[in-house]
Design a protein. Structure first.
Length: 523
């Protein structure tokens, strides 16, 4: 079945978001467009009990824009949900009726637990959530959703009225907030969150996973404070001690000084004091050492619901494979060459991994590097290896740690031309063991790529043996002629030979007969 184009809209207390994506029946998602507008429906709503008229009018105009874009993008199905600010406001139901009448968008108000369920569904699809326990933390403007997850299953869910807009209006009325105001906020958090966080602590939770823009803004600030690039936020991490240091800096600064802090989202400057107090309190009380960013949240969960995809237990390995195959299909279509190179590269891996001191876990980055090594052709032929690396880094691959993404990009980049210099900044971010692994995987990928030089998949199998101090690679191509493949591969064995500290020789298997395929040879 073909992919269906869907749109999901999140009418949040801070922002309105729309996500447009093509969703395949097997769960592969290709993002087509994203829109976001900071509307602040929650402004004064949590103290007055009513949606602000000006914010409501801006939200209506924004949704009209979203509806026009959905039509322009030929969206087949669209869903929209409204959360805490609309859910609690006395005029929330009439506001939703207005939105439906003026835009035609079927906005529905969701409960806090439904909000948590959709967030969990999205995070599991994006991360797998194997092992654990993990604590999902979504801090919105009006509410906080917590989901304790073990082995891809939700142990329990909570939705609490502790959003940062609500807390700011109620407790942190000065800017910067006074010490007494912060103490009152912490007292309130302990009263509202104490029991839940005690359960999180007793469960031995390994990490918190932030699924909201407010939480992930703090992760971005922690990365910036370390001097790290935050171009890819998904999977980025911050230690609890780094959040504690951010708390000191944010609470000591007024809005103008906060806006100058590295990595801050300037549209959230006024909300960051409440956000950092909340996160520091949560990590400290639950004794969670680390916070990780997840860029999938409510709207992605709604998208999965619209697609009618079955929601099974988490599996990080399947998340990664599905994500890689979606990226390969986007830029390389059927990708017959990439699949053939991956098959040959894994055969070489199995024959040489012990000598190259590669662990079994290195099979995955080799296979995925092979599947993606040529996707840069869509940008440019001559430097396609560099463009492949760029697309891997920016391609929204899910289920990977940031360093794994970087290693995968470097393996793909290194399949041709010179290896990146050890002083290259992209290489420097990897620890030494990963750098050595990149070189070994690149050596195997170079030979495997050459063994499909004609891109006709003529090599059916390979056999390896050690003879006379050499590694002998025998190629079986059946009745097809593999002379060009052998010629190309023999020219690409230098790196592999150096790493093995022995010559590498390729030859045709005895059963092969020559017959050159009559088709053009691609470079």
């Amino acid at each position: 079945m073909p992919a269906v184009r869907l749109a999901a809209i999140d009418v949040g207390s801070n922002s309105l978001h729309m996500l447009v994506a093509d969703v395949s029946p097997d769960g592969r998602i290709q993002v087509v467009d994203r829109l976001k507008e900071m509307v602040r429906l929650g402004h004064r709503a949590f103290t007055s009990g009513k949606l602000d008229r000006e914010a409501a009018e801006l939200a209506l105009r924004t949704l009209k824009t979203f509806e026009r874009l959905a039509r322009a993008r030929h969206v087949e199905r669209l869903g929209a949900v409204a959360t805490s600010a609309v859910r609690e406001a006395r005029n929330g139901a009439s506001f939703v009726r207005l939105l439906r009448r003026e835009t035609g968008i079927p906005v529905r108000i969701v409960s806090g637990l439904d909000e948590a369920r959709l967030i969990f569904r999205a995070a599991r699809h994006a991360l797998g959530l194997d092992g654990g326990p993990h604590l999902l933390v979504d801090v919105g403007g009006g509410s906080v959703e917590l989901v304790l997850v073990r082995d891809g299953r939700a142990v329990w869910m909570r939705s609490l009225p502790l959003g940062v807009a609500r807390l700011t209006e109620r407790f942190l009325v000065d800017d910067p907030p006074r010490t007494g105001q912060v103490r009152q906020l912490e007292k309130h958090l302990r009263r509202e969150l104490g029991e839940a966080l005690s359960r999180v602590r007793r469960a031995g939770t390994l990490r918190a996973i932030g699924t909201s823009g407010t939480v992930n803004a703090l992760v971005a600030m922690a990365c910036a404070a370390r001097g790290e690039d935050v171009a890819r936020l998904h999977g980025a991490r911050a230690r609890a001690t780094e959040i504690a240091r951010l708390r000191q800096r944010i609470l000591a600064a007024g809005a103008a000084r906060r806006a100058a802090l590295p990595g801050i989202d300037t549209k959230r400057v006024d909300l960051m004091p409440a956000a950092v107090v909340m996160l520091d309190f949560l990590l400290g009380e639950a004794r969670i050492p680390e916070l990780m960013a997840c860029t999938w949240a409510l709207r992605e969960g709604l998208l999965l619901e619209l697609a009618g995809l079955r929601s099974g237990p988490g599996d990080a390995a399947s998340v990664r494979r599905r994500s890689v195959e979606a990226l390969a299909e986007r830029f390389a279509g059927p990708n017959a060459h990439g699949r053939q190179v991956a098959r040959l590269a894994l055969a070489l891996f199995d024959a040489t991994a012990d000598e190259l001191r590669l662990p079994p876990s290195a099979r995955e980055p080799l296979e995925y590097g092979a599947l993606l090594h040529d996707i840069g052709h869509v940008i440019d032929h001559g430097r396609h290896h560099r463009h492949s690396a760029y697309l891997i880094r920016t391609g929204e691959l899910l289920g990977f740690e940031p360093l794994d993404i970087e290693m995968l990009a470097l393996v793909a980049r290194s399949h041709r031309k010179q290896l990146p210099s050890p002083s290259d900044p992209d290489v420097q971010v990897l620890p030494p063991p990963m750098r050595r692994r990149v070189r070994a995987l690149a050596a195997l990928l170079r030979v495997a790529d050459a063994l499909d030089r004609t891109q006709f998949s003529v090599v059916r199998s390979i056999r390896t043996s050690h003879r006379g101090g050499r590694l002998l690679i025998e190629v079986d191509s059946g009745r097809d002629n593999a002379e060009l493949e052998l010629w190309a591969a023999q020219r690409r064995v230098d790196l592999l030979a150096r790493l093995l500290d022995r010559p590498v020789l390729l030859r045709l298997g005895k059963r092969t007969t020559a017959q050159m395929p009559h088709a053009a040879i691609r470079a």
